[in-house]
Design a protein around this ligand. Structure first.
Ligand code: SF4
Length: 169
């Protein structure tokens, strides 16, 4: 940013990034214990509202951050993918906890070994369960990604190829 007497100049891309990063509308896709940690993250002590992300959305069409928290059974994979595809661009994804990131302790035939088998993930939050501090850290990391995302990334060939690798149009 360039600041002079009585004026300031910056790039539109930076302003848009800043606005997007500080007005996230998360969709909590919580299936088990990690979801309880998210409830604590929303409550008064940790207060996700301090980061401008307190407006949760249970409709994919009014959300831009998919937060997947908990064990995802393989039969839930297509449902998760449908929720993701119904979200408008630009959208981001956090895998919260070991189960969403890698299947966690459930190395079994019925559990998806990480949600990145069905949708692209931007940030992984480690832990079983991750405490609210770790979830907040994941939010801060996604805010950094959003702030610095090039405004044309979603139209780029690389992004299209990423979606195509997941069979998403
Ligand atoms: S990572 Fe641990 S706490 Fe989170 S859903 Fe899996 S088993 Fe539960």
């Amino acid at each position: 940013m360039y600041v002079g007497e009585g004026f300031g100049l910056t790039q539109m891309e930076k302003v848009i990034g800043l606005a997007r990063a500080n007005s996230i509308w998360p969709l909590p896709f919580a299936t088990s214990c990690c979801g309880i940690e998210f409830m604590a993250t929303m409550a008064a002590t940790y207060d996700l509202g301090r980061f401008g992300a307190e407006r949760l959305s249970f409709s994919p069409r009014q959300a831009d951050l998919l937060m997947v928290m908990g064990t995802i059974a393989k039969k839930m994979g297509p449902v998760l993918k449908q929720v993701y595809t119904q979200m408008a661009e630009p959208k981001w994804v956090i895998a919260v906890g070991a189960c969403a990131s890698s299947g966690g302790i459930f190395d079994t035939y019925s559990v998806l070994q990480g949600i990145d088998k069905v949708i692209p993930v931007d940030v992984y939050v480690p832990g079983c369960p991750p405490p609210p501090e770790a979830i907040l850290d994941g939010i801060l990391k996604i805010q950094e990604l959003i702030k610095h995302e090039p405004i044309r990334r979603r139209q780029s060939e690389e992004y299209n190829q990423l979606l195509q690798s997941y069979n998403i149009d």
